[in-house]
Design a protein around this ligand. Sequence first.
Ligand SMILES: [Fe+2]
Ligand SMILES: [Fe+2]
Length: 165
Amino acid sequence: MSLKQTYEFDQIVNDITNHERFLDLKHELHHGISRYEHSLRVAKVTYQISKKLHLDYERATRAALLHDFFTEKEMANFTGKETFKVHPKIALINAKKYFDLDPKQENMIEAHMFPVSNVLPKYKESWIVTCADKVVASHEMYRYKAQMVLGIWLIFLFNVIAIQK
Ligand SMILES: [Fe+2]
Ligand SMILES: [Fe+2]
């Protein structure tokens, strides 16, 4: 992002990124990084695409940032599979508790797991958030897995060298 875009992005999100409850996400693991970092990436991608398409980019950026606003503690009573469907609803409850949302933003958060969850993205911005999340998540998981594979190969290599000595 350009300096101008970075400044504007910060203006749009800074009350959220500095909020005490949202900062908790810095301690939550998500795709091998923190949920805070993941959410920020999804918000940045949403900002760039929705601005380029002349959509409601400010609201979309804020909703994208809040799309995974939940903690592991809140998910403790759900199985891994249930978590996929339930976490957008928990994120929406938390987002509404601390920030003002309009119905469009509510849909952006609630529908971000479509088609895993049965909440349909009703707006262009909702489609952007769900697609941005998938692209960012795939990138993060692939990078994480790539690091793991590299780690396993390095351990294997060190063992081979150790055996030869
Ligand atoms: Fe999510
Ligand atoms: Fe996400």
